[in-house]
Design a protein. Structure first.
Length: 743
């Protein structure tokens, strides 16, 4: 059978065909015992060539920190042409189907070309081979495992070649005609490496196998769509593979083309809500066990003590873990049991290959990458995962402050994904093209710029206000993180808060400026988080924890990639709610931003308010005097008065009218009205916004505003003090116009 006789289906993207053709350029001759397609003369897929390459991969090198290609070149010095050419083919097949960034794609192409240059005479690879190494790729789940386990994958491929060479021609022919037989052949390779095996199975039989290699994502896909094909068959690797194949055929028929499991509309249906993708984890041992930590590094693993816990399978649900820990750890206190539940569930069901891992020891932090699924030790006292720990460690005191705060979070196993962007630069380069010292350095954490976007004269003019008072408000907000704009009605408190926040954030989309309005029935559950009714799939009513506006915005602001961006929460009519009830334990964080607290609805999850989250409250002094405000709120918020007789509000109406070429009469009327209000009633003085309405620019409209908006305010305030005639005499529009005319 020749490679051209192999039929591979096209995909909707058109990318897979290129990859599959490139794969069969190598696999076709190899699986049929023919010479390598690279030179047409050298037999590479033989037990002898595989054994030689495997033996050389097992050799130690002088510099263990040397780049992967440098170590491979050293190990292959003096090797036969067969072994060297087999290494080129293995490198090519290992990285061919992976999705890459363009920079990484160039590195991997260069890696294959470099290995080809070690042959004598030097081998020039055909250009059509590189056409299959696209930057898009088809395997996009946990590809970090492929970067950190290249050595292990090359070893498995060597064992696979040796295993194939020991099979009969009839067995290989059956594998070329039947995908299940090919799976049996590949799975029979000693010391299975599921990720690379599934990748090879896909390259060989893309019409049956899927480019999804991580156990957890295969299960998520199968479980999400199993109902479409009559349910799941079972939990074995073969059952899940068959289920996913049936599901894919069903979805292909609906879509009219080959589906992509990682297309946005499909990912949203099978990936768990809130799954951030790659996570990072902080692991701890009891009493900072130096001996155990050394074993972790030496044996490339991480372990979790479960001495008293019954055996639980990988992927177990949180409910099963909770029941098992409550039953098996009755000798522990509540807090320790809750910590154990969190750790066991995360280690068995949430942690994935490709995730980052950390442990601390003697003031330093060590970084690694998860490479395997959870397994129980023989004595069932510990669960372990394969972890590639990197040799270099980093002083905790030199890490960014938000990273240090996360590393101080208590717990056996702590999810520190919120600082993963700051941790990624601690990893060694994932791949180097040539191993030279001038290789591109790893990425570094960009410095976080300080301060808000500067305010300009143009911005102040757009608000018809003076610039200096606005700058003072911005400086006060930057220093205190939270402030209150208070004043009489019509002084533009909400208007100023919204426009000032948007300008300081440099955000015209409102993504980083959110507004909520308080009212008497507003509570902590509305503002931060609380349980809300929810309907289950079977129609039953349950309750689920729902985040409120403050929690959602805080979580967004806390993301590492947003650390330099200011976020604003505007609380309108702040004094209309019971603030002690609304803020609850968050009072503490308003004053101590560097600390963390445990929440009433999330007692196992420490929470902190990020430094880049700013809160602006507004209070109408005519509704409720701020003199009655809780002293705790007064201490935590800076209070800025917006008053018609004080900048930045004073003169706003006059500037507004001048900018539009309108008569200044309304400005004079506003001044006359406020002069008629006693100084001890200054909280009732009227703001300019009433006179900025379009209706106020004509006599009839001004009269309506005066009759139906301003006079009712004054009547309510002076109830029992002035009768209607007295109110009209003192504040009536005609009376004020008459006084202005006399002037």
């Amino acid at each position: 059978m020749t490679p051209s006789a192999k039929t591979v289906p096209d995909r909707a993207t058109g990318i897979s065909k290129e990859i599959e053709d490139a794969a069969w350029f190598v696999l076709g001759p190899a699986l049929q015992g023919k010479p390598s397609a690279f030179d047409g003369t050298t037999l590479t897929w033989t037990a002898d060539a595989a054994a030689e390459l495997l033996e050389r991969l097992d050799r130690e090198v002088e510099d263990s920190k040397a780049p992967m290609m440098t170590k491979l070149r050293q190990n292959l010095e003096g090797a036969s042409r067969e072994a060297k050419l087999l290494a080129v083919e293995m490198l090519f097949l290992q990285s061919l189907p992976l999705a890459h960034e363009v920079k990484s794609l160039k590195v991997k192409r260069a890696r294959v070309a470099e290995a080809a240059s070690w042959l004598e005479p030097e081998l020039e690879l055909p250009e059509e081979l590189y056409e299959g190494m696209t930057d898009h790729g088809v395997i996009r789940d946990r590809t970090a495992e492929f970067n950190w386990t290249i050595w292990d994958h090359l070893k498995w491929l060597c064992r696979f070649v040796a295993h194939l060479d020991g099979q009969s021609t009839a067995a290989i022919n059956k594998a070329l005609k039947d995908p299940l037989k090919f799976h049996d052949l590949a799975a029979g390779t000693p010391d299975d490496q599921p990720a690379i095996r599934r990748s090879i199975e896909y390259l060989a039989w893309p019409s049956y196998f899927e480019p999804v290699v991580a156990d957890v994502e295969r299960r998520e896909i199968r479980d999400a769509f199993a109902s479409l094909v009559g349910g799941a068959n079972g939990e074995s690797d073969e059952d899940i593979t068959a289920d996913i194949h049936r599901i894919r055929l069903h979805l292909d028929e609906q879509a009219g083309q080959r589906i992509d499991w990682y297309a946005r509309q499909l990912v949203s249906q099978w990936r768990k809500v809130g799954d951030p993708g790659r996570r990072s984890w902080l692991l701890r041992t009891h009493h900072d066990n130096a001996e155990l930590l050394a074993a972790w590094q030496g044996e490339e693993k991480a372990t979790l003590d479960v001495e008293h816990l019954r055996s639980l399978a990988a992927g177990v649900t949180a409910g099963v873990v909770q029941h098992a820990v409550d039953e098996d750890y009755k000798h522990l206190g509540y807090v320790e049991r809750e910590d154990t539940k969190t750790a066991v569930f995360a280690f068995l069901s949430v942690m994935k290959p490709g995730d980052l891992t950390l442990f601390q020891h003697s003031g330093t932090v060590h970084v690694g990458v998860v490479l395997g699924e959870p397994e129980h030790n023989e004595d069932n006292r510990r669960i372990r995962r394969k972890v590639r720990w990197f040799e270099e460690s980093y002083a905790i005191a030199e890490l960014p402050r938000h990273v240090q705060r996360q590393l101080s979070t208590p717990g056996i196993l702590v999810d520190v994904t919120r600082v993963i962007q700051a941790l990624l630069p601690l990893l060694p380069a994932e791949a180097e093209a040539d191993g030279e010292e001038d290789a591109a350095p790893a990425a570094v954490v960009e410095p976080v710029p300080e301060g808000f976007r500067p305010l300009t004269e143009e911005f102040a003019a757009s608000l018809h206000m003076e610039l200096e008072p606005l700058k003072e408000i911005a400086e006060l907000l930057e220093e205190n993180r939270q402030l209150v704009l208070y004043g009489p009605p019509g002084t533009g408190k909400t208007y100023l808060a919204k426009h000032l926040a948007a300008e300081l954030a440099g955000d015209s989309t409102d993504e980083r400026v959110k507004l909520v309005q308080f009212h008497p029935s507003y509570a902590y559950e509305d503002f931060f988080e609380g349980f809300r009714p929810d309907k289950t799939d079977d129609g039953q009513v349950s309750f689920k924890l729902v985040a409120g506006p403050l929690r959602r915005l805080a979580e967004e602001a806390a993301k590492p990639e947003n650390a330099h961006k200011p976020y604003f929460l505007i609380i309108d009519e702040m004094n209309r709610a019971n603030l002690a009830k609304v803020f609850g334990e968050l009072y503490f964080l308003l004053e101590y931003r560097d600390d963390r607290i445990y929440l009433q609805y999330s007692p196992n999850e420490p929470f902190s308010l990020p430094d880049n989250l700013y809160i602006i409250g507004t209070m109408n002094t005519a509704d409720r005097s701020i003199a009655m405000m809780d002293a705790a709120i007064r201490r935590r918020f800076a209070f800025i008065e917006l008053h018609p007789k004080v900048e930045p509000i004073r003169g706003t109406l006059r500037r507004f009218l001048e900018a539009r070429g309108l008569d200044s009469l309304n400005a004079e009327l506003l001044d006359a009205l406020n002069d008629a209000i006693d100084d001890w009633d200054r909280d009732l003085m009227i703001g300019p916004s009433y006179f900025m309405k379009k209706a106020a620019q004509n006599p009839a409209g001004l009269r309506r505003i005066w009759k139906y908006e301003l006079m009712p305010l004054l009547e309510e305030h002076y109830h029992g003090q002035l009768n209607r005639a007295q109110l009209e005499e003192r504040f009536g529009l005609d009376q004020l116009l008459g006084r202005l005319a006399v002037r």
